[in-house]
Design a protein around this ligand. Structure first.
Ligand code: ZN
Ligand code: ZN
Length: 229
């Protein structure tokens, strides 16, 4: 099985572009499986860390860098937005990202280097404007192309905001909280207010009236008096 990990000592989502070369038009398609990175999730659903993500990516050398076009398929686990039952499915995300050659640039784009990050901070005043412009651009790190940011953006975008255990999940009963799928179509509660609750409501209204009428009596005390009487 072809595995770029042998070429990518820094991570399963890092591609070494050397086999591709820098001749514009040269292209290479890779298929491999990588463990899912952490924190690939929204509130209700996500890709469990370490699960197998299947990737198929075409790397194409262009004049200014390498264009990566690919799809990733990953397992999903979460809970149904309507009934909170566990949901398992999968997500397929497509991405296309141009990675620019960083030759001749400041190596401030190397995010793996903490020392460099520190220096960047020191130079912040002078480079501020320049850096803001660069935020959308991705760069090769030498010959290495780190797919993770593009992969992460694409997968998170493809995650369902409201995952469902099934398309027609009826959710939970608003009265008792039972999952309606289990409770069955016959599950009902009396629509009219229970007469006993109606009586209590009446008492409560009276208590409020009396409290306001006497002006001195605490409402709560009024309610207690009435219940006892
Ligand atoms: Zn459900
Ligand atoms: Zn119910």
């Amino acid at each position: 099985m072809p595995n770029t990990r042998t070429h990518a000592p820094r991570g399963a989502l890092v591609f070494d572009t050397r086999p591709l070369g820098r001749g514009a038009g040269s292209a290479l398609t890779q298929k491999w499986t990588a463990p899912a990175p952490a924190d690939l999730r929204l509130e209700l659903v996500g890709v469990p860390e370490g699960t197998d993500v299947a990737l198929e990516v075409r790397f194409e050398a262009v004049t200014e860098g390498v264009l990566a076009t690919g799809t990733a398929t990953a397992p999903l686990a979460g809970e149904c937005a309507r009934c909170l039952a566990p949901v398992t499915s999968s997500v397929t995300a497509s991405f296309q990202e141009l990675y620019l050659y960083a030759d001749g640039r400041h190596d401030k784009h190397d995010k793996h280097d903490k020392h460099d990050k520190h220096e960047k901070h020191d130079r912040h005043d002078r480079y501020d404007e320049h850096e803001e412009q660069d935020d959308d651009e991705r760069y090769l790190d030498g010959d290495l192309l780190d797919l993770e940011p593009a992969f992460r953006d694409a997968v998170v975008l493809a995650l369902p905001m409201s995952p469902l255990c099934r398309e027609d999940c009826p959710g939970l009963c608003a009265e008792c909280g039972a999952p309606l799928a289990d409770a069955g179509p016959g599950h009902r509660h009396e629509e009219a207010v229970d007469p006993r609750w109606a009586a209590l409501k009446h008492l409560d209204d009276q208590a409020t009236d009396q409290g306001q009428a006497t002006g001195q009596m605490d409402r709560r005390a009024g309610a207690i008096d009435l219940q006892e009487g």
